[in-house]
Structures are given as C-alpha cells and as structure tokens.
Design a protein around this ligand. Structure first.
Ligand code: HEM
Length: 120
C-alpha cells in the first residue's frame, strides 16, 4: 500500500474512534438506560425510523463503528499476510465487505419498520 494511503487510513481510524465515543455511548444510554429493552418493540422502532435525523444518526453509527472494526481487522490480518499483494487483496476484500454491509444497513434504515405488515 502507498504510504500516503496508510497515513490517511491511520488518521481516519483515530477520528472515527473519537466520533464513536459520543455516537455509541449515547445510543446505548438512550436505548438501554433511558428507554430500556422492555419498552422496545416494532412500533417504537417504526416511530424512530420515520425520523430522518435518527436514520442519519444510525447510519453514521453503523458506518463508523463498522469501518473502525474493519480497519482493526485489517491490521490484525497483516500479522499473518506478509506479501504486498496479499495485503492489497485483504484490504480490497474488507473494503468491499464494509461497503456491502453498510449499504444493507442503510437500506434497512431507509425502509424502516412496518408494523402494519405483521399478521397475528
Ligand atoms: C443494550 C444496548 C443496545 C440497545 C438496547 C440497542 C437498541 C437498538 C434499537 C432499538 C435499534 C433500532 C433502531 C432505532 O430505534 O434507532 C438499534 C439500531 C442500531 N444499533 Fe443498537 N442498541 C444497543 C447497543 C448498540 C451498540 C453497542 C452498538 C454499536 C456500537 C449499536 C449499533 C446500532 C446500529 C448501527 C443500529 C442501526 C442498524 C441498522 O438498521 O442499520 N447498538 N439499536
């Protein structure tokens, strides 16, 4: 990998880590401490996901947390994959995985929850 790319990725990892502190902590504080899992059902999620602000918030949480994790996995894989070519392939694979799964998450968030589709 080019040194310039490595420097950008290194910085991105640190910035995303800092951003994750408010994003992830507030998410858990809100959902688990303030609201509580006993109060979470499909109607609750439907109301939240009808709000564009929460959709954006959740997408940022997903994209940054996942990028942060994938970057960490990439570093760990470099302990085992030594060749330049191998490292390049691992990096591309992880990037594609990150893109595809982030896209699936975004589609789920935009689609929202549809309680009216549940039949009892
Ligand atoms: C006990 C702890 C947690 C509870 C009760 C909880 C609850 C929820 C609920 C109800 C949703 C649905 C969407 C919404 O209402 O906004 C959600 C979505 C989400 N949560 Fe959590 N959560 C917890 C911990 C975490 C943690 C630790 C992370 C990551 C660091 C996380 C990441 C996400 C993401 C990325 C989404 C959006 C997923 C998507 O649809 O693409 N959650 N969570």
């Amino acid at each position: 990998m080019k040194p310039r790319f490595e420097a950008i990725a290194w910085r991105a990892m640190r910035y995303s880590g800092i951003l994750l502190i408010p994003l992830a902590w507030f998410h858990v504080y809100l959902q688990d401490v303030i609201v509580g899992v006993h109060a979470i059902d499909i109607n609750y999620v439907a109301v939240r996901l009808a709000n564009t602000g929460w959709v954006v918030y959740n997408f940022l949480l997903l994209a940054f947390a996942f990028a942060h994790g994938m970057y960490g996995l990439r570093q760990v894989s470099f302990d085992f994959v030594r060749s330049e070519r191998g490292r390049r392939n691992v990096s591309i694979l992880l990037l594609v995985l990150w893109l595809v799964i982030s896209l699936i998450g975004a589609i789920a968030l935009i689609g929202g929850a549809r309680p009216e589709l549940i039949t009892h």
